[in-house]
Every structure is written in structure tokens, then in C-alpha cells.
Design a protein around this ligand. Structure first.
Ligand code: IPE
Ligand code: IPE
Ligand code: MG
Length: 256
């Protein structure tokens, strides 16, 4: 009986242990697959778009928390090149969110010295989606705090296809020799050529797949999955992920 009580106490302690995030070894780049908005809404008997709207609100808080932790780049997967397959109404709703998000949150993000960036295939985005983002990018380009990088109409395979095409064009034009093509050159021809690779990848909602996200850049990232649905995700969950990241040993194929 006493043993069981002791075990229970111990369990209770570990559950309530304050999260310890060290100032050293903070991941420089965290990438998040923000998943589970639809299920969040369904569980409440709400339309899927209500989940997207609440999910949008989670973005600011997580961004502020990431900035406070000292993370330098936060890449948020907001819309994939495959998400166009969804019903037209849902896609239209999603395409309106950046404008709404920025109207509500941009001033505070600027106060926090956040720099907004975007990666994805812009030309396919409607003007009311692209323009507010481009304005936010312009307005924040000199900010020196966290880079909030929205992956919007982003697909890892499409990104690689386009990078390969650029290199092939350089070869055809005689600017590059085939033997010169290496990992560095491929990285330089991706949308992330100015960013470090993600150290930590987070996916919410219990799904354990990449869904075409940063296929090249995640080669040696640490993965952290949670059942929490994106609209419920907070800075505390981010801290939990970072604390676990700090307990991992990255080996890059070598020995410790
Ligand atoms: C993630 O939530 C947001 C986008 C993909 C745009 P989902 O809409 O995929 O939510 P689930 O997976 O259906 O719950
Ligand atoms: C990945 O989620 C894309 C985003 C979170 C933006 P999905 O919900 O589209 O992925 P699948 O279809 O479940 O793989
Ligand atoms: Mg999903």
C-alpha cells in the first residue's frame, strides 16, 4: 500500500515538475506543422473553419513564446501545395486568414521586433492573401528579432523541382559544370537558402508524417509529436518540446 502511494507521489511529482528550459542549446530554427484544426472544431460540433480561426489565434502566442525562448526562426506550415484539394469554401476561408491575422497581430509582432517572412509559391495565391503578407514582410524587414516564416502554398517536392530546374538551366547555360552540383548547391537553390535547417520539427494532432514539408531541410532535425490539436497549442507546449529537444543527443551519423 505504502509502495503504491510512494509510486503515485513520484508520478505526481514528475507530472508537476516545472519545465526546465536551458538558455544554452536553444534550437535556432523550429518548424511546426500546425495540424488538427478540423478535428478541434468537429469535437465541438463547429464547422471546420472555426478550427482554422481559433488556430490562427494560437500563432501569435506561440510566436511570442518562441521569441522569448531565444529561438531565431519559427517556420509555420500554414497551407500546403496539396491543400488546394479541399472544398472551395474551406480554401477560400484559409486564404483570407493571413490578412485577418496581420490586421490583428502585426502591430504587436512589430513591437516584439519580429520579422515576417514567407516561403511558398506566391504566384498561385490570390492578391488578398499575398499582398498583406508582402506588406508585412516589407514593414518588418529590418526587425532583428525572431523570423516568423509562413510556409504558405508550400510543398517540399515542388521546392526541389524548382531548385533542380534552376540548376539545370545553369548547366545548360554553361555557368555550372555537372560535377559541381553538390549538397551545398542544392541547398542554395531552395526557398530556405538564407536560413539554417530546422533543429526541431513539431507536429500537432497526433499525425506522424511530413505531408511534404521541408523534405531536404529536415534530414537531421529532431522530431517532436503531440496529440494536442493546433488550436489548443500554447507556449507551454513549445517549452515542453524545447526541453525534450535539449535532452536529445544529435549525432549526425557520427559517434558521441
Ligand atoms: C491544419 O488543420 C490546417 C491546414 C492544413 C490548413 P487541418 O485542417 O488539417 O485539421 P484536421 O487534420 O482536418 O483535423
Ligand atoms: C499538413 O497538414 C499541412 C498543414 C498543416 C498546413 P494536412 O492536414 O494537410 O496533412 P495530411 O493531409 O493529413 O497529410
Ligand atoms: Mg490535417
Amino acid at each position: 500500500m505504502i509502495k503504491r502511494f510512494q509510486a503515485w507521489l513520484k508520478q505526481r511529482e514528475t507530472n508537476h515538475k516545472p519545465l526546465h528550459v536551458s538558455k544554452d542549446n536553444v534550437p535556432e530554427h523550429v518548424a511546426i506543422i500546425m495540424d488538427g484544426n478540423g478535428r478541434w472544431a468537429k469535437r465541438r460540433g463547429l464547422p471546420r473553419v472555426a478550427g482554422h480561426h481559433t488556430g490562427m489565434k494560437a500563432v501569435k502566442n506561440v510566436t511570442i513564446a518562441a521569441n522569448e525562448l531565444g529561438i531565431k526562426v519559427l517556420t509555420m506550415y500554414a497551407f500546403s501545395t496539396e491543400n488546394w484539394k479541399r472544398p472551395k469554401d474551406e480554401v477560400e476561408f484559409l486564404m483570407k486568414l493571413p490578412q485577418e491575422f496581420l490586421a490583428i497581430e502585426l502591430d504587436e509582432l512589430i513591437k516584439e521586433n519580429v520579422q515576417v517572412q514567407m516561403m511558398g509559391h506566391r504566384e498561385q495565391l490570390p492578391e488578398h492573401t499575398r499582398k498583406p503578407l508582402e506588406e508585412a514582410i516589407e514593414r518588418t524587414k529590418h526587425n532583428t528579432g525572431l523570423i516568423l516564416n509562413f510556409a504558405l502554398n508550400y510543398g517540399g517536392q515542388r521546392e526541389l523541382v524548382e531548385g533542380v530546374r534552376e540548376i539545370a538551366a545553369d548547366v545548360l547555360a554553361g555557368r555550372v559544370q555537372v560535377e559541381q552540383i553538390d549538397e551545398k548547391m542544392i541547398s542554395a537553390n531552395l526557398l530556405t537558402n538564407h536560413l539554417p535547417n530546422p533543429d526541431l520539427l513539431i507536429r500537432t494532432s497526433g499525425e506522424m508524417r511530413l505531408s511534404n514539408f521541408m523534405l531536404w531541410q529536415l534530414a537531421y532535425s529532431e522530431f517532436w509529436f503531440t496529440d494536442v490539436l493546433w488550436p489548443d497549442f500554447t507556449g507551454e507546449h513549445l517549452k515542453e518540446a524545447v526541453a525534450e529537444y535539449q535532452s536529445r543527443h544529435r549525432r549526425y551519423g557520427g559517434l558521441q
